[in-house]
Design a protein. Structure first.
Length: 260
């Protein structure tokens, strides 16, 4: 983009609710540090409909792209003109690029999933450190699908954990055994449980089965230390929150938006 285009360019975030998100603060600080006149805003949508999406891009003619968070990462896909390979594999989109012609008319909405790259690079050091290349991924929503894709790209055997069993690769929390935790030492919380303001909540994982050989990654980043992380570290496990993933996926989104 030219300096003139960047000075008028806005990006944003859609989802509901957005009060916990740090995306706007991250981008605002980044643009200020780089002396860029680009901006980033939150667009909280009570429902994702064609009308809501059309109004968003029509009322904001300088909007060139937006991130997508819960609960719309999967819902938005039918409204897009194309999706990239990661988004297609995952079945969820977290980044949309708005293409416009010289008059500002929208010509295409293109979907991407930068969560895969963001999580893959954030968890890579843990994967390299783990004694066994297996992971238990808590949750089955859009975020967990990106986590599974990223871990698969890193050669990790994944078993997903949910409150109800509905496939061979999904078990319930009650089905987690000591042997399974040992062969799948990476424990990933890909649910929103524990996000501010419900900071005292955590997934119903059998934390007593953990020890110092486990490495536990929470996608939640607000608060910085979640209840999940506290319970894992109390058993000697290494822990990490989702802030690095947030930053990595955000930078990957920005690169896509700026690309001609």
């Amino acid at each position: 983009m030219t300096p003139q285009e960047l000075s008028k360019t806005t990006y944003g975030l859609i989802g509901r609710p957005l009060g916990h998100s740090k995306s706007k603060a991250f981008f605002t600080a980044l643009f200020a540090e780089n002396h860029s006149r680009e901006s980033y805003d939150n667009f909280e949508l009570q429902a994702l409909t064609p009308e809501a999406l059309y109004s968003l891009v029509l009322i904001n003619p300088c909007l060139r792209g937006f991130n997508v968070t819960a609960p719309y990462k999967e819902e938005i896909m039918p409204y897009l003109d194309s999706v990239d390979t990661n988004a297609a594999h995952v079945g969820a989109v977290n980044t949309v690029k708005i293409e416009r012609d010289s008059t500002g008319r929208v010509t295409a909405l293109r979907g991407f999933n930068t969560d895969v790259e963001g999580f893959r690079e954030s968890v890579r050091p843990m994967v390299e450190k783990a004694a066994a290349k297996g992971a238990l991924v808590l949750g089955t929503g859009g975020a967990s699908k990106a986590v599974v894709e990223a871990l698969t790209q890193l050669g990790v055997d994944v078993i997903r954990v949910s409150r109800s069993k509905n496939s061979d690769r999904i078990i319930t929390y009650g089905g987690i055994s000591a042997d399974l935790v040992k062969t799948h030492p990476l424990i990933i919380n890909a649910t929103p449980i524990g996000t501010f303001p419900a900071v005292g909540n955590c997934p119903p994982f059998p934390y007593e089965l953990l020890d110092e050989s486990n490495l536990c990654h929470d996608l939640v980043y607000n608060p910085a230390e979640t209840e999940f992380m506290k319970r894992c570290s109390a058993r000697g496990a290494e822990v990490k929150n989702g802030l690095e993933m947030l930053h990595r996926q955000a930078l990957a989104s920005l690169e896509l938006w700026r690309r001609k």
